[in-house]
Design a protein around this ligand. Structure first.
Ligand SMILES: CC(C)(COP(=O)(O)OP(=O)(O)OC[C@H]1O[C@@H](n2cnc3c(N)ncnc32)[C@H](O)[C@@H]1O)[C@@H](O)C(=O)NCCC(=O)NCCS
Ligand SMILES: Nc1ncnc2c1ncn2[C@@H]1O[C@H](COP(=O)(O)OP(=O)(O)OP(=O)(O)O)[C@@H](O)[C@H]1O
Length: 396
């Protein structure tokens, strides 16, 4: 008998009604056929020799599971998603004859099947409803259908609503970050804009304002007491030491402002947010974002666009460009690069590809960082604590 038989048969029989018997016959078949079908049931076409083996009484060697199962494939999408991207079809194993499906939560348009033929999801408890999800039924032979091995993966998809992904958006000055973040906004993806936060934290009378005025003097103020941003810009972008000082003074305010915005969006249950931070890599904040998008342009286009937009001299524009990490270096660090050297139409086209990348189903790590993940952990901790307490008391 090949060495892999024991391991494969153990897996194959993990859900069998009479496990020992299943393992025994699976071992015999595997020894003879050198092959075990994948999954815990079916797929016997993978090993025709195994499938066709019969006992002396002419019955199939492999014992069927006691519980009769039917295999359905559903296509789930979020009903409230304004721009639903089709996830891959999800296949569920359902118990035949189980209580009626989440009939109430399935949209009328999806009730093409007679209600008695709608199965219930065995992997969820019978009372559980799936508000907000549309379910489309496909035959299990549909190409691309995938049988999920555990309820975990199914639940992961169903809880999609509560997860969160923090996408980093960065680039060079005037490379097109704001243009891209506007496209995200148009698709209802919230943006945390570090430039806006950096403005808020130096508003007249704030802590940031006081620190900047005491470091740079009242010469940088306008007549109304607000900071003259153009003047301060000319000072700091021409002098690295002064820029460093300004960064150090404002960093705590900016980072707590960013954090606070993320927490607010997290509490609202957003699943994808975009952090638009020009200095994402310089401030080493890219460790918190995944994926990280860099909007790249060639240096000539960058200079031209900056001069055209801000109406400043080429020297001032160059100072600003040189105040940041080289854009080519940022491009090398990116997970996703958007080349914005072309037209706005080209940008739109590339953006659509990036959008589908960014909104693809979330990983477990991302889920655990979400509001729903945190609540799940909290509930598990509370239940464990109560169980332990009861156990401890009964022991005493
Ligand atoms: C120097 C200031 C007053 C100039 O203001 P101004 O209105 O002219 O520019 P604005 O704030 O719109 O920034 C425009 C672009 O400059 C670049 N930039 C801004 N600050 C910096 C900096 N410290 N280092 C390098 N680049 C910077 C960014 O690409 C930004 O998108 C302002 O940029 C500022 O307060 N900067 C320090 C705060 C900061 O680090 N901001 C970046 C947020 S991560
Ligand atoms: N593909 C494009 N074609 C032509 N112009 C563009 C394109 N993308 C952006 N622009 C223009 O280039 C300028 C800079 O773009 P944008 O303001 O989005 O850059 P940014 O990276 O957000 O800049 P900053 O770092 O200063 O915040 C803007 O005037 C914008 O309209």
């Amino acid at each position: 008998k090949p060495v892999f038989c024991d391991k494969k048969c153990k897996k194959r029989c993990s859900k069998a009604g009479v496990k020992d018997r299943c393992i025994k016959y699976c071992g015999i078949c595997c020894g003879y056929c050198k092959c075990v079908p994948s999954g815990t049931y079916g797929n016997k076409h993978e090993c025709p020799c195994y499938r066709d083996m019969r006992s002396s009484k002419g019955r199939p060697k492999e014992k069927r599971k006691k519980e009769k199962e039917t295999h359905f494939v559903f296509f789930l999408t979020h009903a409230r998603d304004p721009n639903p991207l089709p996830p891959p079809p999800v296949s569920f194993t359902v118990a035949a004859g189980a209580s009626p499906l989440f009939r109430r939560s399935v949209k009328p348009s999806c009730r093409a099947l007679p209600s008695d033929r709608l199965p219930s999801l065995r992997l969820l408890d019978g009372r559980r409803r799936l508000p907000g999800f549309l379910a489309f039924r496909y035959p299990s032979s549909e190409p691309g259908s995938k049988r999920l091995s555990s309820g975990f993966s199914v639940v992961e998809r169903l809880l999609d609503k509560g997860r969160m992904r923090i996408v980093g958006l960065t680039g060079g000055i005037s490379s097109g970050k704001s243009t891209v973040s506007n496209l995200f906004k148009a698709h209802d993806i919230p943006i945390v804009d570090a430039d806006l936060i950096a403005r808020d934290v130096v508003e007249k009378g704030t802590g940031g304002w006081k620190k900047v005025v005491s470091a740079f003097g009242e010469d940088i103020l306008l007549s109304n007491g607000e900071i003259d941003r153009r003047k301060l810009g000319q000072i700091v972008f021409a002098d690295p030491a002064k820029r460093k000082l300004l960064n150090q003074l404002l960093a705590p305010y900016i980072s707590s402002g960013i954090l606070w915005k993320i927490v607010k969006l997290w509490m609202k249950g957003y699943k994808v947010i975009v952090l638009d931070i020009p200095l994402l890599f310089e401030a080493k904040m890219d460790r918190w974002t995944k994926p990280t998008i860099v909007v790249w342009v060639d240096s000539e286009t960058q200079l031209q666009r900056l001069v055209a937009r801000d109406g400043q001299s080429e020297d001032d524009a160059r100072n600003r460009i040189n105040a940041q990490m080289a854009l080519d270096l940022k491009r090398d660090k990116a997970d996703i690069v958007i080349d914005n050297t072309g037209s706005l139409d080209d940008l739109n086209q590339r953006f659509r590809e990036v959008l589908s990348e960014v909104t693809k189903p979330l990983s477990w790590t991302e889920f655990m960082l979400s509001r729903q993940g945190a609540l799940t952990t909290l509930v598990v901790v509370i239940i464990s604590a109560i169980t332990c307490r009861k156990f401890y008391k009964s022991g005493v």
